[in-house]
Design a protein around this ligand. Structure first.
Ligand SMILES: [Zn+2]
Length: 257
C-alpha cells in the first residue's frame, strides 16, 4: 500500500499548499512567483523600513528556493514554482511524494546549500562595493538558512536529518518550542506554531504507516554518516558567514547575536 503521505511544502511549515493542478505552465507559475515576491518585498520593506534590504533578502530566499527546484529537476521530482508568503517565507510544493528519505534529504539540502552560496556571494559583493545594506542582507540570509537547518520537519534540516535518524527531531522540536518561549515575538509564535503543527502531522503519519516508513527511511550506515557530515559542515559554513557579516556591521544592527 502506498503511504498516504500528503504532498508537502518545503517552505514554509504548514502553510496552505497551492493545489497541485498539474496543468500549470512555466510562465504562469513563475509570473505568480514574481508577483508574490513583489508583494513580499513591499510588506517586508514596510515592516523594516528599508526597501533595499527587503528586496535583497527576498532575492536570496528565491535563490534558496531555486536550489530546491533544481535538485527536484535533477532527481526527477515534479514541483511547482516557488510562492512567497509575507512574514512566513516561500514554498514549493512537490506534486508527488519522494521515493525515499535520501531523495527527500537531497532535495531539502539543496535549498540551504544554494542559500549559503548566495549569502557568501552577497557578502563578497558588499565588500567589493562597500555597501553596508548588502552586509545586512547577507547577515539576515545566513540567519534564515541556519534557521531552516533546525532538525525538525517540515524545515529543511528536519528532512535532511530524517535520512540520518529521526531522533534528531527531538532536539529540533525542543529548540523551536524553546525559541517560541524565549522570544515570544508574534512572528516566531506564528511560524513556531505552524512548524510544530506540521511536525506533529508528519510524526503521526509516520507512526500510522510504520512498515512502509521503515522501508522509506532505510539507508546504509556510511550514507547516513555522509549526510550527517554534510549537514554539520553546511551549518559550520553558515555560522562562519553569519559571524563574518556581523563583524562588518555596526553593533546596533548586527543579527543573530
Ligand atoms: Zn528550503
Amino acid at each position: 500500500m502506498e503511504p498516504s503521505r500528503p504532498v508537502f511544502t518545503v517552505h514554509p511549515p504548514g502553510a496552505p499548499a497551492p493545489r497541485p493542478s498539474g496543468g500549470e505552465g512555466f510562465a504562469r507559475g513563475y509570473s505568480k512567483t514574481l508577483l508574490s515576491m513583489l508583494v513580499t518585498i513591499a510588506v517586508f520593506a514596510w515592516w523594516i523600513g528599508d526597501w533595499q534590504v527587503a528586496a535583497g533578502v527576498v532575492v536570496l530566499i528565491f535563490v534558496h528556493e531555486m536550489g530546491h527546484v533544481i535538485a527536484a529537476k535533477v532527481l526527477g521530482m515534479p514541483v511547482t514554482a516557488p510562492l512567497f508568503i509575507p512574514f512566513i517565507g516561500a514554498a514549493i510544493v512537490m506534486r508527488e511524494n519522494p521515493r525515499d528519505a535520501m531523495t527527500e534529504a537531497l532535495m531539502a539540502y539543496a535549498g540551504p546549500l544554494a542559500g549559503c552560496v548566495g549569502s557568501w556571494a552577497c557578502l563578497w559583493l558588499a565588500q567589493q562595493t562597500s555597501q553596508l545594506w548588502l552586509v545586512e542582507v547577507a547577515a539576515i540570509s545566513f540567519g534564515l538558512n541556519l534557521f531552516n537547518l533546525i532538525p525538525v520537519p517540515p524545515l529543511d534540516g528536519g528532512r535532511v536529518c530524517a535520512a540520518v535518524s529521526r531522533w534528531f527531531w527531538l532536539p529540533g522540536l525542543l529548540l523551536i518550542a524553546g525559541t517560541m518561549i524565549v522570544l515570544h515575538a508574534w512572528q516566531m509564535l506564528l511560524v513556531g506554531t505552524l512548524i510544530l503543527g506540521s511536525a506533529y502531522q508528519r510524526i503521526r503519519d509516520d507512526m500510522s504507516h510504520q512498515a512502509e516508513m521503515r522501508q522509506y527511511y532505510r539507508t546504509s550506515l556510511p550514507l547516513r554518516a555522509l549526510v550527517a557530515a554534510f549537514y554539520l559542515g553546511l551549518i559550520g559554513v553558515l555560522l562562519i558567514g553569519l559571524s563574518a557579516a556581523n563583524g562588518l556591521l555596526p553593533q546596533a544592527i548586527s543579527f543573530g547575536n
